[in-house]
Ligand binder design. Structure first.
Ligand SMILES: NC(=O)c1ccc[n+]([C@@H]2O[C@H](COP(=O)([O-])OP(=O)(O)OC[C@H]3O[C@@H](n4cnc5c(N)ncnc54)[C@H](O)[C@@H]3O)[C@@H](O)[C@H]2O)c1
Ligand SMILES: O=C[C@H](O)CS(=O)(=O)O
Length: 477
């Protein structure tokens, strides 16, 4: 089966039906800039219909075992269609084909893990009888689905981050309304086709495409939506939280990730991983290495190694096997990154390599002589730029890592157990990776930030807690 239609034109997916709309929006191939697909533009009435479909599906029983089987089937189908999905991701994001294949494999794992968790949703016994006067009582908790989950996702990881929302929401027994990023909706629409093929009951998954700033408020205006799960920028996350009122909101937001390389680290390994995780997907990854702090004794050697690795990165057509870095999501984003680098240079930073824009491409860039208050350090670059600076003392570098509004993940390369333990206690982030960069993630681990990086955790087991409500039952014998 080829999951693509010949016309490459996609309707909305509401109540198990594909709904064509008169108004459509083009999705462009980020390398060629040619139109690769047309997607339907959602109107207010479509949002209402999606909510009705989701509500009606939610009222129909859907057993844990059926949820498990459907999620497993979709994972299997996804693996069977790896090349098609990877080609779509390479085109719609501009992500190198090998990275895109990796994203498809991770998406299948996310769905498999969600399927497994569907069978593990459980409560616990509560010893209420331990309270004086409650000797004759017996109690336990149970978890119930929250109802209708609205999921809004970003452009940079358009399939796996969608799976991180749909997989656990369905595993938990909810209905879902998905709004994928307007720049990259095609892989999500194809995924909906796989759910349809796998026999997902109609209305359990609905997909609405179009501009977020238009559809977002239409979704938050629907009182029957009980939870919002959002991955994207802090600005939009904040808006959703304000509009959602007392409803449950999970936010996976940005970061300006730091990685520390201590004087006792394995330099080869640290340099290789830093170069890889600074420039993956042209740096458009929320845990991309953006700030590197290197102990002064090894700074020069480390810098030379990372620079050599960065200069080896092959830019080009994402669909060519040899390409290691593709274009950014849009030329205006490449222009923004160019301006931030220029501003840093005007403030005294030195470009060690890169710093060059070529249309929608921005070359892998290493900056030194940086200051913590430059935009390239203080804000989230979301581009292929890394700032490398030296430090002397452990205490000093912990303070510098923590000197950020964000707190998603951080990395530390060291062989010192005491430094690793101190960092574990004192670096304020959702995840600390010892002997790895901030960029490490596997899909079943708890993943989410502190401070401006968000609230709530992803990873199927953890997000299912948020996508279910706990109820306590007390029996009086
Ligand atoms: N923490 C994480 O797990 C994680 C993962 C990936 C990306 N991100 C973050 O995402 C950002 C980049 O992605 P982006 O540019 O797609 O983010 P974005 O916030 O611009 O868009 C994300 C989604 O929100 C929608 N949206 C836009 N305006 C909206 C509104 N007013 N109401 C509701 N929805 C709206 C968009 O259409 C899109 O679907 C970065 O900050 C990055 O760090 C975080
Ligand atoms: O962009 C942020 C992503 O969550 C990182 S990953 O693709 O899931 O590793």
């Amino acid at each position: 089966m080829n999951v693509m239609t010949a016309a490459h034109s996609y309707g909305l997916f509401i109540g198990g039906e594909w709904v064509d709309k008169q108004e459509t929006a083009p999705v462009v191939n980020k390398y060629t800039q040619a139109v690769m697909a047309e997607t339907a533009v959602t109107e207010k009435e479509d949002v209402k219909q999606a909510v009705e479909a989701a509500k009606s599906a939610f009222q129909t029983p859907f057993s844990m075992y059926d949820r498990y089987q459907i999620l497993l089937n979709v994972a299997r189908l996804l693996r069977e269609h790896t090349d098609e999905f990877a080609n779509v991701i390479a085109e719609e994001v501009g992500k190198p084909i090998n990275e895109a294949k990796g994203e498809v494999a991770r998406s299948a794992l996310t769905l498999e893990n969600s399927a497994e968790e569907a069978k593990r949703i459980h409560g616990e016994g509560i010893p209420v009888e331990a309270a004086p006067g409650s000797e004759n009582r017996t109690s336990f908790t149970r978890r119930y689905p929250v109802g209708i989950v609205a999921a809004i996702t970003p452009f940079n990881v358009p399939l796996n981050l969608v799976c991180h929302k749909i997989g656990p929401a369905i595993a938990a027994g909810n209905s879902v309304i998905l709004k994928p990023a307007e720049q990259t909706p095609v892989s999500a629409l194809l995924l909906a086709r796989l759910f349809e093929k796998a026999g997902l009951p109609k209305g359990r998954l609905n997909v609405l495409t179009g501009e977020g700033h238009v559809i977002g408020p239409m979704l938050t205006a629907q009182p029957d939506i009980t939870m919002f799960t959002f991955t994207g920028s802090p600005k939009v996350g904040q808006l959703i939280r304000e509009q959602a009122g007392l409803r449950n909101v999970a936010l996976e937001l940005g970061n300006n990730s730091a990685t520390v390389v201590h004087r006792d680290a394995n330099l080869e390994k640290a340099a290789e991983l830093v170069a890889q995780k600074s420039f993956n997907n042209a740096g458009q990854v929320c845990i991309s290495v953006q700030r590197v702090y290197v102990h002064k004794d090894i700074y020069a050697e480390f810098l030379q190694k990372v620079k050599a690795a960065a200069e080896q990165i092959k830019l080009g057509d994402p669909k060519e096997e040899a390409t290691q870095m593709g274009p950014m999501i849009a030329e205006e984003e490449a222009v923004r990154v160019e301006q931030w680098v220029k501003e840093a240079v005007d403030q005294g930073a030195v470009v060690e390599t890169g710093g060059v824009r070529d249309g929608v491409f921005f070359h892998p860039t290493i900056l030194t002589n940086v200051d913590q208050d430059m935009k390239v350090c203080r804000q989230e670059v979301f581009g292929p730029v890394v700032a490398v600076d030296a430090y002397t003392k452990e205490e000093e570098v912990i303070n510098r890592v923590n000197d950020s509004e964000y707190g998603l993940q951080a990395g530390l390369f060291t062989n010192s157990l005491s430094f690793a333990m101190k960092a574990m206690d004192e670096i304020h982030v959702g995840g600390l990776m010892i002997n790895d960069t901030s960029g490490y993630r596997v899909d079943h681990m708890p993943y989410g930030g502190v401070k401006k990086s968000g609230t709530g955790k992803e990873g199927p087991r953890y997000v299912i807690e948020e996508m279910t409500e706990e109820k306590i039952i007390v029996f009086n014998r």
